[in-house]
Design a binder for this molecule. Structure first.
Ligand code: ADP
Ligand code: MG
Length: 243
């Protein structure tokens, strides 16, 4: 069966930590093959929202959280068909590159030959074929981030969630990786939900930007719309920011 065009829908999501409201009536959607960016300053609720989408945190209240046609509001992280990439890679240092990429398939009991073939194919996609047997400790930051990407993508999630994945890289590498990430997303035709506080990253890569402030989505639009027609003083200052 073909994937529905609308792969994610979140209706009226609230999340509190004690008395503090971290997410305040957030609704959003994402279409198949779309690159959606959650952009906003530190503390605006981006990571909390991403963790809720991943199932790593259960929301205080939500009317619906539909993923690939199913309501997953009560489905735990390991049974949601999403994968997550974080800033600090989270690789297993005692496993080599190939073993890291195969790990999730092993957990899912994919047979060894298929596991290896899929992992090698994905390493090829991120241009790490020559590094399959290298130890993680010998990789550069950019290479580690590509292993982390391959490890998530090999699971064939319906959505890839990325939380500031380029945050630990230096500027030159960050710009190269923006191009690489976008090419990868386009060639796989996968839906990406990408968290960043960098308006430059958001403007470069996104099909659509959701601008967050203080736990709310305050504006949404294409990069052009967001840059040319900011809807508030906050949006104008944030979208025009150098960082
Ligand atoms: P962002 O990723 O946009 O920087 P976060 O989602 O990490 O923002 O945090 C949003 C707000 O929620 C912040 O004020 C943060 O301090 C608070 N917060 C996040 N996680 C917790 C937690 N586990 N307990 C208490 N407060 C939290
Ligand atoms: Mg964050």
């Amino acid at each position: 069966t073909p994937r529905p065009a609308r792969i994610l829908e979140v209706d009226h999501l609230f999340h509190s930590f004690g008395d503090f409201t971290a997410l305040n009536d957030v609704s959003l959607s994402a279409n198949s093959s779309e690159f959606v960016t959650l952009l906003g300053p530190s503390g605006s609720g981006k990571s909390t929202l991403l963790r809720i989408l991943a199932g790593l945190e259960l929301p205080t209240k939500v009317d619906a959280l539909i993923l690939d046609g199913h309501d997953v509001s009560d489905v735990p992280a390991n049974r949601r068909n999403v994968a997550t990439v974080f800033q600090h890679y989270g690789l297993f240092p005692h496993l080599n590159v190939l073993e890291n990429v195969e790990y999730g398939l092993r957990v899912r009991k994919v047979p060894k030959a298929e596991r290896r073939e899929r992992a090698l194919r994905m390493l090829d996609q991120v241009q790490l074929s020559d590094f399959a047997h290298r130890s993680i400790a010998k990789l550069s930051g950019g290479q580690k981030q590509r292993v982390a990407l391959a490890r998530s993508l090999v699971l064939e999630p319906v959505i890839l969630l990325l939380d500031e994945p380029l945050g630990a890289l230096d500027e030159k590498l960050r710009i190269d990786m923006q191009v690489e990430l976008l090419q990868l997303q386009r060639s796989l035709g996968m839906t990406f939900i990408y968290v960043t506080h960098s308006q430059e990253e958001a403007l470069t890569m996104s099909d659509r930007i959701l601008l967050m402030n203080q736990g709310r989505i305050v504006q949404e639009g294409t990069p052009e719309e967001m840059f040319d027609r900011p809807a508030s003083r906050f949006a104008a200052s944030f979208m025009g920011m150098e960082n």
